[in-house]
Design a protein around this ligand. Sequence first.
Ligand SMILES: C[S@@+](CC[C@H](N)C(=O)[O-])C[C@H]1O[C@@H](n2cnc3c(N)ncnc32)[C@H](O)[C@@H]1O
Length: 256
Amino acid sequence: MTSLSEQGAVVYADDSVLSASRALAERLGWPIWALQNPPTEVPQTFFLCYRDGCLKLLDKQTLKKGGLAVDVDPRPGEQHSYPAPKKDLLAQAIGKKTKSVIDATTGWAQDSLALFRMGYEVSCIERSPVMAELIADGFQRLAQKDWVLNRQLQTPKLMLGNAIELLAGLSDKPDCIYLDPMFPAKRKQTAATRKSMAILRDILGDDLDRADLFEAAWQATGKRVVVKSPDYAEPLGGKPSETYQGKLLRYDVYLK
Ligand SMILES: C[S@@+](CC[C@H](N)C(=O)[O-])C[C@H]1O[C@@H](n2cnc3c(N)ncnc32)[C@H](O)[C@@H]1O
């Protein structure tokens, strides 16, 4: 497998995003080129591009149009009030009395953002510099939403690095550490999940150090660790204290 830095390039559609695109390419050590003027040979398989008001991850099919960004709007069916009610399985697993949560595997930040909308104090860790750029762009857009501005809410803090190391260096223990590492896929996923998670798996691979991550989270948490896993996977930390079973996934809760 080629390294991630060889897989990616920054592309830009027009000069209005040129300086932001250059800065992004420099941070990632990626080449940069204009969308209208691609090099004769394009060895890369993934691209980042400022398009439609956000930073998007593209592959060769979506190079001209489309792409994936961190979606900061409520999920379909989610109540638009703030704080949103803590009633789904995720909230039950995190705990209604829990205040501070560290999401140690932020990815597309969909769980972090759902927790943020429910009023939890959320901090995020992500080790992929590419995902961290996409998340940071999403959080900047979140900070501009009326409901965030009007309430003067602080958007989640994002830390770039391996959570196994970052959790060991925390000065304060959060109430909860949340883990959703990449498990090997066993079945076809739904269209939306397939798109965003499959692309993540393609660029990052499975998280083979997830057992060490659980251990680090267990040492660093104040009260609980919650692990989201596919229903076919063995519990990451042995027998959980509680389990919240969904259709195709479950949340295993480990209480201190
Ligand atoms: C399955 S995705 C998480 C999806 C996320 N829950 C969401 O709602 O979009 C897993 C993410 O965790 C990150 N990750 C896995 N192990 C990590 C670690 N030890 N430290 C930091 N990030 C990690 C991966 O890079 C990947 O982006």
